[in-house]
Design a protein around this ligand. Structure first.
Ligand SMILES: *Cc1c(COP(=O)(O)O)cnc(C)c1O
Length: 511
């Protein structure tokens, strides 16, 4: 049969419309290409409607702008639809599997939101006098106690707003400790598998980060430590389990060696999801430890916060904890909670007020909901899920470190390189299958790394679908590599030139 001719169509709008529909087929109804809000702007259009006589324009002339600001002129529906549409393009843990290694993108239970939105929590003013904020102070106190029980540490601050902020707090305490002991130590030892925030935090606190090589096994050995350990070492910063998803088996000996030289041990506990309820980090010899509530304790993250990175310490570092600290005493036969600032050796304030309180409420809700047995199940599930993925994929993707996984597993693109396919192509193709790509090209010690962290909140069916997609992609790499080079094909936004924006910086929109 002869192909039907497209009917002639001279209307510019309609061909433009077709282009847009072709470029962005969408999945539900008409998904148009979404222009910038500035491109929707039409002179004189506005999103408010109060009359001029209700507006006080008594601002002195010299304080008024000479020209109107360059803002888009749009109606309220324009704004609402624009942002609602953009939100529908978003990928989130509420839409699908998000195996971003080292980020613990687990499901965030909705009960956390419910509780965080209680009026007494959500509307509490940070200047409320302590007497009428007892419930809020008690919640923070109880959360501190819970985190100390989980980690086996002695004292804690909830103030830091993220993991990296917690690292800085910890390193500043280590610095204060050495200064109090008349020591000018300059070095902090960091294994080459560490998160990039570790050396950055050291540098910010004025220390020199010294790299330690992890060997073939992907772990830190006492021998490797010995080559760099001396009297100028203020601390070692290590991550356990490390960013390869492997438990550091020599941790006790390493802590002992560093202590014998007068140094302290910082543990990056962002990966606590693997250890909850299984072991006490405090008993491994660690002096200071940060946790990421926004990873392990189900508070929403991604897109930059807010987060919370509490820092727990052993007795030796307690005097240096940031202020204010929450204290509990008896008053009229009742427990009474206060914020104490009277701590002469403290490193001071890390931010205004007490941290990201709403995040603390969510984490506390989660811990109370799970209980001790539930938290242990979390790490059981996280480790089981990571090992399940490892087993299903290890014959097809290169596994550079063969040990059992803890909470995550790191593959590489070595086998697919033979067909000209790289990690980035695999990651983009996964989007066609509806999954968020794993963390890529990290840790740096694995060339072409694919770092997969499933978390415990995913079912076997989801893990199987993901593994099936990965195996399918490995087949495609052999038979149709070009399919991968041009991926993604099914998403709103196709393959981007990732370097363009960097090479052609355009920070201001000019209509
Ligand atoms: C996420 C992470 C950090 C940094 O935490 P942020 O909250 O992103 O600042 C540090 N170390 C490790 C191992 C991490 O996974």
């Amino acid at each position: 049969m002869k192909k039907s001719q497209p009917s002639p169509d001279n209307s510019e709008t309609s061909s433009q419309l077709k282009d847009e529909l072709n470029a962005f087929p969408g999945t539900i109804g008409h998904a148009f290409r979404e222009p910038l809000i500035f491109e929707r702007s039409r002179p004189g259009r506005s999103g408010y409607s109060f009359s001029a006589e209700n507006v006080d324009v008594s601002l002195p002339k010299e304080l008024r702008r000479s020209a109107a600001p360059l803002l888009p002129e749009v109606s309220e529906p324009d704004v609402v639809r624009h942002y609602t549409r953009l939100s529908q393009w978003n990928f989130s843990i509420d839409t699908n599997f998000y195996p971003l290694g080292s980020c613990t993108m687990k499901y965030n239970p909705k009960v956390n939101e419910e509780v965080a939105n209680y009026v007494g929590f959500a509307h509490a003013h940070p200047y409320l006098p302590g007497e009428i904020a007892q419930g809020n102070l008690e919640l923070m106190y109880q959360l501190e106690q819970a985190l100390l029980a989980i980690t086996g540490m002695d004292a804690i601050t909830l103030q830091p707003a993220a993991g990296a902020h917690g690292e800085l707090a910890g390193i500043l305490m280590i610095k204060a400790y050495h200064e109090a002991h008349q020591s000018q130590r300059k070095k902090v030892l960091i294994p080459d598998s560490a998160h990039g925030t570790n050396p950055a935090s050291c540098a910010m606190a004025g220390f020199k980060a010294v790299e330690i090589k992890t060997g073939k096994e992907g772990i830190l050995t006492p021998e490797a430590l010995n080559t760099v350990l001396d009297d100028d070492v203020a601390a070692i910063m290590l991550t356990n389990p490390n960013t390869l998803g492997i438990f550091e088996p020599h941790i006790k000996e390493i802590c002992q060696m560093v202590h014998d030289k007068g140094g302290l041990v910082y543990c990056d506990g962002a990966n606590l999801n693997a250890l909850l309820g299984q072991t006490l980090i405090g008993e491994m010899g660690v002096d200071v430890l940060h946790m990421n509530l926004h990873k392990t304790f189900t508070t929403p993250h991604g897109g930059g916060g807010p987060g919370a990175g509490p820092v727990a310490v052993k007795k030796v570092l307690e005097p240096y904890l940031p202020i204010p600290r929450i204290t509990k005493r008896e008053k009229d036969g009742q427990p009474f909670y206060e914020l104490s600032e009277d701590r002469p050796q403290s490193i001071g304030r890390l931010q205004s007020f007490y941290g990201n309180f709403g995040i603390l409420v969510r984490a506390y809700t989660y811990i109370r909901e799970m209980g001790a047995a539930g938290l242990k199940q979390v790490s059981d599930g996280a480790v089981l899920n990571a090992n399940y993925i490892r087993k299903r994929l290890e014959g097809t993707f290169e596994l550079p470190y063969k040990q059992d996984s803890m909470h995550e597993v790191v593959f590489s693109d070595k086998k697919q390189n033979a067909f000209g396919v790289k990690t980035m192509n695999i990651a983009k193709r996964l989007m066609d299958y509806g999954f968020h790509p794993p963390t890529v090209y990290f840790p740096l010690i694995v060339a072409g790394a694919l770092m997969i962290e499933p978390t415990e909140t995913e079912s076997k069916e989801t893990l199987d679908k993901f593994c099936d997609a990965m195996l399918q992609i490995a087949k495609e790499a052999e038979t149709q590599p070009e399919l991968l080079h041009e991926a993604p094909h099914n998403t709103q936004q196709k393959l981007l030139d990732e370097a363009y924006a960097v090479k052609n910086l355009k920070l201001r929109y000019r209509p």
